[in-house]
Design a binder for this molecule. Structure first.
Ligand code: KIV
Ligand code: ZN
Length: 519
């Protein structure tokens, strides 16, 4: 039987380390459930010791997601290992992933520790993790810039105390496929016991080679690869999981390995991660980019119309791309048409859910001629978000005036936690500022907007605008999203959703609401 390659998805851990990304616990859970549908082998759910929020996210995922192994990252320190175990112990299949720098550069300049002390830390903490859990991964960080003899010895020692997966980390994306293969072959020749553990690789994309290096590693015997959906991650990102998976699937003739993943869940996974993280996928991105299966030149179009294989090496449906639109969705469409299209996009809905989405759909179709797939994704996103989000205040109406000679003014009417409506108004620097200030006045708190992004969901002047907002209050960050054909209304929803999260966090911590109403 052909060997199997396992996939460790680290979108929720290394992916979250991308500059500017911050996900809530609910958003992480949504992604983890989707990774479960994709059938990745291992979900690295977070770094439990890094913050209470991360601990909670790992714990919720461990309790909720069945199928994949659920893993928490851990530095080689006792408190981290204990926290990792605390967060994952209820998982069906738990794993602790201990990492420690092996290169001289890191040990000298960052850890500022003697190499033998570092060796002891690695051994002690892998042994501690093994005391909790049968499945322990060890990563020598910056392995590709490490003295090979020291690296072999470190790996041999951690295997002796129970590491079950050894993950060679190209932390700074320094490797080139041929020299990465040499390193892996040397490890297999020189490390006693390596044949009894899973050899894994974790490649970063600083030189644009993360996927190539991962594939090169599989060619010489690596049987676990780590990566992120859409290739997100620290700096230039991690290896893009969808690219590795489809290379192995498309060139089975060459690699001859088995995969347990459901490739048709790749596109829905990519869309979900992009929406939640706010990181757009470039149009020409392999596998999941908007242009990945689009043909522009006349010669190519002619070929594809005769037979798609002339210019496509894989079928779009293999990666879960929805089939071409046969029906145009608009205000005359019924529930059946909507449900069929949502199913083609990878959503499975109960009858009640369809009814609830249909209401939003009709509202949107009243404002837009044609409701596109992207619009539907936003509708579903809003639906999932409002179902899982803490709601203290909801927006009943928002009214604003603005213009090049006017003072921007907004009035909002919110329904409060007691069910009563409250109205207030404010001026501002612009209509968005006026709306946010009016909301602040009603709820009696304020926060600083640290990031504000508006995106047109589809083409055309009637496009839905999707707004992502991040607010800061007392050193804590809260994010919110909103969508509407009017971007000021979308901004009101996004700001209110961030404020609701802040109020819920205050309540949880039993803190008095922080901040005062601006005058
Ligand atoms: O890049 C890296 O070295 C890591 C380790 C924690 C595996 O992310
Ligand atoms: Zn990494």
């Amino acid at each position: 039987m052909a060997a199997q390659v396992k996939f460790l998805d680290t979108t929720l851990r290394d992916g979250e380390q991308s500059a500017g990304i911050g996900m809530t616990v609910d958003e992480k859970l949504q992604i983890a459930r989707q990774l479960g549908r994709l059938k990745v082998d291992i979900i690295e759910a977070g770094f439990a010791a890094s913050s209470p929020g991360d601990f909670q996210a790992v714990q919720r995922i461990a309790e909720d997601v069945q199928g994949p192994i659920i893993c928490s990252l851990s530095r080689a320190v006792a408190g981290d290992v204990d926290a990792a175990w605390g967060a994952i112990k209820s998982a069906e299949k738990p794993r602790i992933h201990v990492f420690l720098s092996s290169s001289e550069i890191h040990q000298m300049h960052q850890l500022r520790k003697d190499r033998e002390d570092v060796m002891t830390m690695a051994v002690d903490m892998v042994a501690r993790a093994r005391g909790y859990c049968e499945d322990v991964e060890f990563s020598p960080m910056d392995a590709t810039r490490t003295n090979p003899d020291y690296l072999y010895r470190m790996l041999e020692e951690v295997i002796k105390v129970g590491a079950t997966t050894i993950n060679i980390a190209d932390t700074v994306g320094y490797a080139i496929p041929s020299d990465f293969q040499t390193l892996l072959k040397d490890i297999q020749r020189n490390v006693a016991g390596i044949e009894n553990v899973t050899l894994s690789v974790h490649c970063h994309n600083d030189l644009g080679l993360a996927v190539s290096n991962s594939l090169a590693a599989i060619e010489v015997g690596a049987r676990q690869v780590e990566g992120c959906i859409n290739g997100i991650g620290e700096r230039a990102g991690n290896a893009s999981l969808e690219e590795i998976i489809m290379a192995l699937d498309t060139r089975k003739d060459l690699f001859g390995v088995e995969l347990g993943v459901d490739t048709t869940q790749l596109y829905p996974s990519s869309r979900l991660v992009s929406r939640i993280t706010g990181m757009n996928v470039q149009a020409n991105k392999a596998i999941v980019g908007e242009n990945a299966f689009r043909h522009a030149s006349g010669i190519h179009q002619d070929g594809v119309l005769k037979d798609r294989s002339t210019y496509e090496v894989m079928k779009p449906e293999r990666v879960g791309l929805p089939p071409d639109v046969q029906l145009v969705l608009g205000k005359l469409s019924g529930r059946a048409g909507l449900q069929a299209r949502l199913e083609a996009l990878g959503y499975s809905l109960t009858r009640e859910e369809v009814t609830s989405v249909y209401e939003r759909f009709v509202e949107l179709a009243d404002k837009k001629n044609e409701v596109t797939d992207r619009d539907l994704e936003i509708l579903m996103d809003e639906e999932n978000r409002t179902a899982s989000e803490p709601i203290s205040y909801s927006l009943e109406t928002v009214h604003f005036t603005s213009g090049d000679k006017d003072i921007p003014t907004a009035t909002v009417r919110l329904i409060g936690p007691d069910g009563n409506a409250k109205t207030d108004a404010s001026t501002g620097n612009g209509p968005v500022d006026a709306v946010c200030r009016a909301i602040d006045r009603v709820i009696g708190t304020t926060a600083r907007i640290s990031d504000f992004q508006v995106q047109a969901v589809s083409e055309g002047r009637d496009s839905v605008g999707s707004v992502s907002i991040r607010v800061e209050n007392n050193g804590r960050m809260f994010s919110g999203r909103g969508a509407n054909t009017d971007i000021i209304v979308a901004s009101a929803h996004a700001y209110l959703s961030a404020m609701n999260r802040m109020l819920a966090a205050d309540e949880e911590a039993e803190l008095p609401a922080v901040g005062t109403t601006p005058d």
